[in-house]
Every structure is written in C-alpha cells, then in structure tokens.
Ligand binder design. Structure first.
Ligand code: BLA
Length: 344
C-alpha cells in the first residue's frame, strides 16, 4: 500500500530521523529560549541518564517510523528544529522529541523521557482533517515498579452513540482488543471525557515492571500501529467541506482536552519548569491547539466551568471501574450513553 512518495527518496529521510535527534541536546539560554548544542558522547546519547528499568521506548518509536516509511514518504516537521532534545533542570533526565508529517498525516510526534526514576513514551499521530481516521495514541509512564499505559486508536467521532463510525473503523478490530484485554486488566476509574476519547479496543492498564510485560506491550504496540497504518492507507480523502470541518473540530476538541488535562503536566513542570512545560504541551505535544480552532476548553467542556481551580488536573466524576465494553464491542452504560449523546 502506498500513501504516495517514492521509497528511494525516503532513504535519506530515514537516515536523518535515526541520527539527527540523538546527536543533539538542547539547553536554555539566559532569555529562556531553546538552543541546540552537541552532545559530548560518541554515540550521541547523553551519559547522564542511568535508568535501571528494563524497557527502552526508543525501539517502539523506531518500529513505528520504519513501518510508516513502508507506507508513505515521511518529511521532517517544521517543529523538529526547535523540539529535538533537552535536559531536565537537574541535569539527570533527558527528553527526546521527534516530529514528522506525510501526505495523510498532519503530525507524527514522539516524546521520550528518560530520568533516573522514570521512562515515558508519548507517541501520537494526527491524520490530516481530510481524513476521519482515528488518532494513534501510545502513552506509557514507567517507574521501577509500575507502569501506566494507554494504547489506542482514539476515535475522532462519537462511537458510543453513533454506530456508523464504530462499524467503519473498530468492528473488525474487536478480536485484537480482546486478545490484549486478556493480558492487560482494565487500569481503573477514568473520567467520562477520557472514555469518550477511547475506543472499544483501548488498552488502559497499569502493571508491574517486568520484561515479559514489556514484551507483550511491544507486541501490542506493533499490532495496533500496523492496523492503524492500514486504516490510514486505505482512507479516502474527504472532499465535502462540511465533513472536513467536522473532522477539524473533532481534532481541535481532542487537542484542547489533552493540552489542558494531560496527567503528565506535573511531571513535565518538575522536569523542565513551568514555562518550557507549557510550551512543550501547547506547541509540540498538542500542536494545533492554538491554530486549528478558536474554541476554548470551557466551550468544549462546560462541565468544568465551575471547577474552583481548573488549572489543577482535577477530573470530574471519575467512573468506569471495569472495562465498559463487552466482548462484542458494545458499550455498557446506558445512563452515560444518554449524557454523552447530549455533550458530544
Ligand atoms: C496517568 N495518563 C494517566 C491516566 C490516563 C492517562 C487516562 C490515568 C489518570 C486519569 O484518569 O487521568 C492518559 N488520558 C490519557 C490519554 C488520554 C486521556 C492518553 O484522556 C487521551 C485522550 N503521561 C504523559 C506524560 C507523562 C505522563 C508525557 O503523557 C509524564 C511526563 C505521566 N500519566 C502520567 C502520570 C500519571 C498518568 C504521572 C498518573 C497521574 C495520577 O494518577 O494522578
């Protein structure tokens, strides 16, 4: 399957993505701007990071990039120049960023964090608004003992009340979801907003750190990414302006939720300070939140309007103690279904 572009012209890009982000680290000059500088080690990896955890999320990203390039021609994103690598304030952690675009992809971006105490992967791929395909989302937070994992093809449109979108993208994937649901138990209560952004095949789980668990997670990541690439590959470009606008608004709503409520905010602020963390969130991780639409968080999520301190990552009405979909991918929760239909 081809999205367009030739494989020969890709080779150069591929070499660039393998090397470029890791030969540079970034510092902050006196005016608080990001600047690049060369790393001192031969391999390009900073030698300040010594994490004992058995997982390395770099291989996940390498896999995704290799797979993507068998389908499409990846171009570096304009964001790459500014967001590539930086050290944490205490000098003990490193953040590595990559970003690309392609014919059907507005932004493919990844953030890997390695510190003495944690490893994080935040890998998300946003299709262009001409496609209504789901957003690929891998969000892994790892410490020596525990892991918080979200792996999903986040639906762009309502799948709880509108059968057609679910039918189109998820019906055939239910067995894949069930396969991994066996290995990874439901991670516990979630907000009703998060649940609306998740698909019936979401892997939302917490598990103890072990090589076996990482092997299964890697396998799930590969399976989910391959099916997502197939989806995007066969997606037909939308020409109806109203449908494109609808996709765009859905993307913007998603970005607005994540930029405001990302559970990693506190960790990021601790690592790199408030200003850089905010910049990273709004301009890199959830790039587009300030450009793709003008609605604000309170327009999309008015239920948070009376929240005393909306800046805190407070979450209203956490629910869904267990997996709210049955083995046929039917949503279990009629009252919520009704409320959700009103607020979508
Ligand atoms: C926890 N991350 C979580 C949780 C979810 C997600 C659902 C559980 C807590 C909660 O319900 O909010 C992830 N939530 C998502 C995703 C979507 C969503 C992917 O709604 C998509 C729509 N996480 C990161 C980064 C860090 C990080 C970059 O993405 C750290 C730098 C950390 N995630 C992190 C931590 C927790 C967490 C520390 C636990 C926070 C807590 O329990 O309060």
């Amino acid at each position: 399957m081809e999205f367009g572009g030739s494989s020969s012209s890709f080779c150069l890009q591929q070499q660039q993505h393998r090397v470029a982000p890791f030969i540079r680290t970034i510092g902050i000059n006196s005016s608080g701007e990001w600047r690049r500088r060369r790393s001192s080690t031969k391999t390009g990896y900073s030698n300040i990071v010594r994490c004992c955890n058995p997982v390395s999320y770099k291989k996940f990203v390498d896999f995704a990039l290799d797979q993507t390039t068998t389908h499409t021609h990846l171009l570096p994103s304009p964001l790459q120049e500014k967001y590539n690598s930086m050290n944490s304030k205490d000098g003990k952690g490193e953040l590595s960023m990559l970003s690309f675009q392609a014919a059907k992809i507005r932004l493919l971006r990844s953030l890997i964090i390695k510190s003495e105490t944690m490893q994080v992967l935040d890998f998300t791929v946003f299709p262009k608004a001409e496609y209504d395909t789901p957003i690929f989302c891998a969000n892994f937070f790892t410490t020596a003992r525990t892991n918080i994992v979200v792996l999903d093809l986040n639906p762009l449109h309502d799948i709880i009340n509108q059968g057609d979108y679910k039918e189109k993208y998820f019906k055939s994937l239910i067995p894949l979801g069930l396969k991994y649901a066996e290995h990874f138990p439901w991670g516990g209560k979630l907000t009703s907003e998060s649940i609306k952004f998740f698909s019936p095949i979401v892997i939302w789980t917490k598990f103890t750190s072990s090589p076996q668990n990482y092997d299964i997670l890697y396998s799930a990541f590969r399976d989910y990414y391959k099916v997502w690439l197939e989806m995007v590959g066969s997606a037909v470009k939308e020409t109806d302006e109203s449908q494109i606008l609808r996709n765009l608004q859905a993307q913007h709503r998603y970005l607005t939720w994540r930029a405001e409520k990302d559970p990693g905010q506190g960790v990021l602020k601790k690592l790199i300070g408030d200003t850089l963390a905010k910049d990273l969130l709004r301009n890199f991780l959830f790039n587009g939140v300030d450009e793709l639409g003008s609605k604000k968080f309170s327009d999309y999520f008015p239920q948070y309007c009376c929240d005393e301190d909306n800046k805190k990552r407070s979450t209203i009405g956490k629910s869904f103690e267990s997996r709210p979909w049955d083995a046929n991918g039917e949503f279990l929760g009629n009252i919520f279904k009704l409320r959700c239909a009103i607020s979508f």
